[in-house]
Design a protein around this ligand. Structure first.
Ligand SMILES: Nc1ncnc2c1ncn2[C@@H]1O[C@H](COP(=O)(O)OP(=O)(O)O)[C@@H](O)[C@H]1O
Ligand SMILES: [Mg+2]
Length: 268
Protein backbone atom coordinates (compact mmCIF):
# COMPACT_ATOMS: atom_id res chain seq x y z
CA UNK A 1 0.00 0.00 0.00
CA UNK A 2 1.34 3.40 -0.82
CA UNK A 3 0.37 6.49 1.08
CA UNK A 4 -1.73 9.03 -0.64
CA UNK A 5 0.01 12.15 0.54
CA UNK A 6 -0.76 15.28 -1.40
CA UNK A 7 1.75 18.02 -1.76
CA UNK A 8 0.89 21.65 -1.24
CA UNK A 9 0.67 22.07 -5.03
CA UNK A 10 -1.87 19.27 -5.37
CA UNK A 11 -4.32 20.96 -3.03
CA UNK A 12 -7.30 22.62 -4.60
CA UNK A 13 -7.86 26.29 -3.88
CA UNK A 14 -10.33 25.83 -0.98
CA UNK A 15 -8.12 23.10 0.58
CA UNK A 16 -5.16 25.35 0.29
CA UNK A 17 -6.67 28.31 2.06
CA UNK A 18 -8.06 25.95 4.73
CA UNK A 19 -4.60 24.57 5.36
CA UNK A 20 -3.01 28.01 5.44
CA UNK A 21 -5.64 29.21 7.93
CA UNK A 22 -5.12 26.16 10.10
CA UNK A 23 -1.37 26.70 10.25
CA UNK A 24 -1.84 30.40 11.00
CA UNK A 25 -4.27 29.56 13.81
CA UNK A 26 -1.83 27.09 15.33
CA UNK A 27 1.01 29.56 15.24
CA UNK A 28 -1.23 32.15 16.91
CA UNK A 29 -2.05 29.69 19.70
CA UNK A 30 1.65 28.98 20.23
CA UNK A 31 2.48 32.71 20.24
CA UNK A 32 -0.29 33.39 22.79
CA UNK A 33 0.86 30.56 25.00
CA UNK A 34 4.50 31.65 24.90
CA UNK A 35 3.76 35.35 25.45
CA UNK A 36 4.78 34.94 29.11
CA UNK A 37 8.04 33.16 28.23
CA UNK A 38 11.02 35.50 27.97
CA UNK A 39 13.31 33.19 26.02
CA UNK A 40 13.20 29.75 24.41
CA UNK A 41 16.56 27.94 24.39
CA UNK A 42 16.82 24.91 22.12
CA UNK A 43 19.46 22.46 23.38
CA UNK A 44 21.11 21.03 20.28
CA UNK A 45 23.55 18.38 19.28
CA UNK A 46 23.85 16.25 16.23
CA UNK A 47 24.11 12.93 18.02
CA UNK A 48 22.34 11.07 20.76
CA UNK A 49 24.09 10.06 23.94
CA UNK A 50 26.32 13.14 24.27
CA UNK A 51 24.42 14.36 27.31
CA UNK A 52 21.92 16.85 25.90
CA UNK A 53 19.26 15.82 28.38
CA UNK A 54 21.80 15.62 31.20
CA UNK A 55 23.03 19.16 30.47
CA UNK A 56 19.49 20.50 30.01
CA UNK A 57 18.47 19.17 33.43
CA UNK A 58 21.65 20.28 35.24
CA UNK A 59 21.38 23.75 33.74
CA UNK A 60 17.64 24.02 34.45
CA UNK A 61 18.13 23.10 38.10
CA UNK A 62 20.95 25.63 38.50
CA UNK A 63 18.92 28.36 36.78
CA UNK A 64 16.05 27.69 39.17
CA UNK A 65 18.41 27.77 42.18
CA UNK A 66 19.65 31.17 40.99
CA UNK A 67 16.09 32.48 41.07
CA UNK A 68 15.22 32.35 37.39
CA UNK A 69 11.81 30.96 36.47
CA UNK A 70 12.74 27.96 34.33
CA UNK A 71 10.86 25.35 32.33
CA UNK A 72 11.97 22.24 30.45
CA UNK A 73 10.01 20.98 27.48
CA UNK A 74 11.16 17.43 26.79
CA UNK A 75 10.79 17.20 23.02
CA UNK A 76 12.30 13.72 22.82
CA UNK A 77 9.07 11.78 22.55
CA UNK A 78 10.64 8.35 22.17
CA UNK A 79 13.26 8.60 24.87
CA UNK A 80 11.84 11.08 27.36
CA UNK A 81 14.24 11.42 30.30
CA UNK A 82 13.66 14.93 31.68
CA UNK A 83 11.32 13.97 34.54
CA UNK A 84 13.86 11.49 35.93
CA UNK A 85 16.80 13.85 35.54
CA UNK A 86 14.88 16.62 37.30
CA UNK A 87 13.85 14.20 40.08
CA UNK A 88 10.19 14.82 39.48
CA UNK A 89 7.68 12.86 41.49
CA UNK A 90 6.07 10.01 39.59
CA UNK A 91 2.82 11.70 38.68
CA UNK A 92 0.79 12.45 35.64
CA UNK A 93 0.25 15.96 34.34
CA UNK A 94 -3.11 17.55 35.03
CA UNK A 95 -5.19 18.52 32.05
CA UNK A 96 -7.32 21.64 32.57
CA UNK A 97 -9.82 23.41 30.39
CA UNK A 98 -7.21 26.03 29.60
CA UNK A 99 -4.18 23.82 29.19
CA UNK A 100 -1.81 21.24 30.62
CA UNK A 101 -0.23 22.01 34.01
CA UNK A 102 3.51 21.28 33.98
CA UNK A 103 4.96 19.36 36.93
CA UNK A 104 7.28 21.30 39.24
CA UNK A 105 10.51 19.89 40.71
CA UNK A 106 11.69 20.48 44.27
CA UNK A 107 13.96 23.24 42.95
CA UNK A 108 11.09 24.85 41.08
CA UNK A 109 11.81 23.70 37.51
CA UNK A 110 8.56 23.35 35.58
CA UNK A 111 8.60 20.38 33.23
CA UNK A 112 6.47 18.85 30.58
CA UNK A 113 7.36 15.54 28.97
CA UNK A 114 5.65 12.84 27.00
CA UNK A 115 6.64 10.61 29.92
CA UNK A 116 4.06 12.46 32.02
CA UNK A 117 1.24 11.41 29.72
CA UNK A 118 2.21 7.85 28.92
CA UNK A 119 1.79 4.93 31.22
CA UNK A 120 4.79 2.90 32.35
CA UNK A 121 7.23 4.88 30.21
CA UNK A 122 5.90 3.23 27.08
CA UNK A 123 7.07 4.95 23.89
CA UNK A 124 4.71 6.97 21.76
CA UNK A 125 3.03 4.34 19.63
CA UNK A 126 1.35 4.77 16.33
CA UNK A 127 -1.38 2.23 15.76
CA UNK A 128 -2.15 2.24 12.09
CA UNK A 129 -0.85 1.03 8.77
CA UNK A 130 2.19 -1.21 9.20
CA UNK A 131 3.84 0.13 6.09
CA UNK A 132 5.25 3.62 5.94
CA UNK A 133 5.25 3.58 9.72
CA UNK A 134 8.11 6.06 9.90
CA UNK A 135 6.15 8.64 7.93
CA UNK A 136 3.24 8.32 10.32
CA UNK A 137 5.52 8.51 13.30
CA UNK A 138 7.10 11.73 12.08
CA UNK A 139 3.68 13.21 11.44
CA UNK A 140 2.50 12.15 14.86
CA UNK A 141 5.56 13.58 16.58
CA UNK A 142 5.33 16.89 14.74
CA UNK A 143 1.68 17.09 15.82
CA UNK A 144 2.63 16.31 19.44
CA UNK A 145 5.18 19.14 19.47
CA UNK A 146 2.56 21.53 18.10
CA UNK A 147 0.03 20.54 20.72
CA UNK A 148 2.51 20.77 23.57
CA UNK A 149 3.72 24.22 22.53
CA UNK A 150 0.15 25.42 22.25
CA UNK A 151 -1.25 23.76 25.36
CA UNK A 152 1.28 23.64 28.20
CA UNK A 153 0.48 26.45 30.66
CA UNK A 154 4.00 27.50 31.67
CA UNK A 155 3.05 30.78 33.26
CA UNK A 156 5.78 33.43 33.48
CA UNK A 157 9.19 31.96 32.62
CA UNK A 158 12.60 33.52 32.18
CA UNK A 159 13.92 30.49 30.30
CA UNK A 160 12.19 27.62 28.53
CA UNK A 161 14.77 24.96 27.68
CA UNK A 162 13.76 22.58 24.92
CA UNK A 163 15.49 19.20 25.11
CA UNK A 164 15.56 17.94 21.52
CA UNK A 165 16.05 14.42 20.18
CA UNK A 166 19.12 13.74 17.97
CA UNK A 167 19.11 15.15 14.46
CA UNK A 168 17.84 18.46 13.13
CA UNK A 169 14.25 17.66 12.22
CA UNK A 170 12.58 18.44 15.54
CA UNK A 171 14.55 21.68 15.74
CA UNK A 172 13.18 22.70 12.36
CA UNK A 173 9.65 21.87 13.41
CA UNK A 174 10.20 23.93 16.55
CA UNK A 175 11.38 27.03 14.69
CA UNK A 176 8.44 26.81 12.31
CA UNK A 177 6.05 27.04 15.24
CA UNK A 178 7.74 29.70 17.36
CA UNK A 179 6.83 33.36 16.89
CA UNK A 180 10.54 34.32 17.03
CA UNK A 181 13.58 32.09 16.42
CA UNK A 182 14.91 30.47 19.60
CA UNK A 183 18.32 30.76 21.19
CA UNK A 184 20.46 27.65 20.77
CA UNK A 185 22.84 25.89 23.14
CA UNK A 186 25.14 23.35 21.49
CA UNK A 187 26.23 20.30 23.48
CA UNK A 188 29.15 18.19 22.30
CA UNK A 189 31.57 15.63 23.66
CA UNK A 190 35.27 16.17 22.84
CA UNK A 191 35.44 13.80 19.85
CA UNK A 192 35.75 14.79 16.15
CA UNK A 193 32.60 12.75 15.34
CA UNK A 194 30.56 14.74 17.80
CA UNK A 195 32.11 17.99 16.54
CA UNK A 196 31.06 17.21 12.97
CA UNK A 197 27.51 16.35 14.00
CA UNK A 198 27.19 19.48 16.15
CA UNK A 199 28.58 21.57 13.29
CA UNK A 200 25.69 20.41 11.12
CA UNK A 201 23.20 21.16 13.89
CA UNK A 202 24.65 24.64 14.43
CA UNK A 203 24.54 25.39 10.71
CA UNK A 204 20.91 24.30 10.57
CA UNK A 205 20.17 26.48 13.59
CA UNK A 206 21.83 29.54 12.08
CA UNK A 207 20.02 28.93 8.77
CA UNK A 208 16.80 29.16 10.77
CA UNK A 209 17.93 32.43 12.36
CA UNK A 210 18.40 30.94 15.80
CA UNK A 211 20.87 32.77 18.05
CA UNK A 212 23.56 30.35 19.25
CA UNK A 213 24.62 31.19 22.81
CA UNK A 214 27.69 28.99 22.89
CA UNK A 215 29.07 25.50 23.22
CA UNK A 216 29.01 23.16 26.22
CA UNK A 217 31.54 20.35 26.22
CA UNK A 218 30.36 17.32 28.17
CA UNK A 219 32.13 14.16 29.40
CA UNK A 220 35.43 16.01 29.64
CA UNK A 221 38.38 14.30 31.32
CA UNK A 222 37.14 10.81 30.56
CA UNK A 223 37.85 8.39 27.76
CA UNK A 224 36.94 10.77 24.92
CA UNK A 225 39.83 12.48 23.16
CA UNK A 226 39.54 15.61 21.07
CA UNK A 227 38.95 19.34 21.20
CA UNK A 228 35.45 19.65 19.75
CA UNK A 229 34.33 22.58 21.89
CA UNK A 230 37.35 24.78 21.14
CA UNK A 231 37.18 23.92 17.45
CA UNK A 232 33.47 24.71 17.16
CA UNK A 233 33.86 27.87 19.23
CA UNK A 234 36.63 29.13 16.91
CA UNK A 235 34.72 28.18 13.78
CA UNK A 236 31.45 29.85 14.77
CA UNK A 237 32.84 32.69 16.90
CA UNK A 238 31.07 31.40 20.02
CA UNK A 239 32.13 31.08 23.66
CA UNK A 240 32.76 27.72 25.34
CA UNK A 241 30.25 28.13 28.16
CA UNK A 242 31.21 25.09 30.23
CA UNK A 243 33.34 21.98 30.30
CA UNK A 244 31.41 19.36 32.20
CA UNK A 245 33.32 16.43 33.71
CA UNK A 246 31.81 13.09 34.58
CA UNK A 247 29.52 13.47 37.60
CA UNK A 248 29.89 17.22 37.89
CA UNK A 249 29.45 19.02 41.21
CA UNK A 250 26.72 21.70 41.55
CA UNK A 251 29.20 24.59 41.24
CA UNK A 252 29.88 23.59 37.61
CA UNK A 253 26.19 23.96 36.83
CA UNK A 254 25.92 27.20 38.79
CA UNK A 255 28.75 28.72 36.71
CA UNK A 256 26.99 27.67 33.49
CA UNK A 257 23.68 29.08 34.74
CA UNK A 258 25.35 32.42 35.53
CA UNK A 259 26.71 32.64 32.00
CA UNK A 260 23.39 31.70 30.42
CA UNK A 261 21.54 34.15 32.68
CA UNK A 262 23.96 36.92 31.76
CA UNK A 263 23.19 36.36 28.08
CA UNK A 264 19.47 36.65 28.72
CA UNK A 265 17.29 39.45 27.39
CA UNK A 266 16.74 42.23 29.95
CA UNK A 267 13.66 42.01 32.10
CA UNK A 268 11.09 44.52 30.97
N1 LIG B 1 28.80 14.43 32.60
C1 LIG B 1 28.15 13.30 32.84
N2 LIG B 1 28.41 12.60 33.97
C2 LIG B 1 27.76 11.44 34.23
N3 LIG B 1 26.81 10.90 33.42
C3 LIG B 1 26.50 11.56 32.29
C4 LIG B 1 27.14 12.78 31.94
N4 LIG B 1 26.63 13.20 30.76
C5 LIG B 1 25.71 12.29 30.40
N5 LIG B 1 25.62 11.29 31.30
C6 LIG B 1 24.78 10.09 31.19
O1 LIG B 1 24.98 9.56 29.88
C7 LIG B 1 23.77 9.08 29.32
C8 LIG B 1 23.45 9.80 28.02
O2 LIG B 1 23.16 11.16 28.30
P1 LIG B 1 21.83 11.87 27.76
O3 LIG B 1 21.71 13.17 28.45
O4 LIG B 1 20.66 10.96 27.84
O5 LIG B 1 22.23 12.08 26.23
P2 LIG B 1 21.36 12.68 25.02
O6 LIG B 1 20.20 13.40 25.61
O7 LIG B 1 22.31 13.58 24.29
O8 LIG B 1 20.97 11.50 24.19
C9 LIG B 1 22.72 9.27 30.38
O9 LIG B 1 22.62 8.09 31.14
C10 LIG B 1 23.28 10.41 31.23
O10 LIG B 1 22.78 10.39 32.55
MG1 LIG C 1 18.18 13.13 25.37
Amino acid sequence: MSLNIRTYRDLTEPDRSGLVNQIAAQRRRVADRLATVRRVVAVLSGKGGVGKSFVTAGLARALARSGRATGVLDADFNGPTAPQLLHLPVARCTLHEDGIEPLVSAEGVRCFSMALLLEDGRPLAFRGPETEGHVWRETLEAAALREFLADVAWGALDELLVDLPPGVQRFQELTELLPVPPAGLAVTIPTPESRDAVRRALRAAIDRRATPLGVVENMVGGPFAGGAADELAAEFGLPVLARIPWHPTPDIWDALATRIGAASPERA
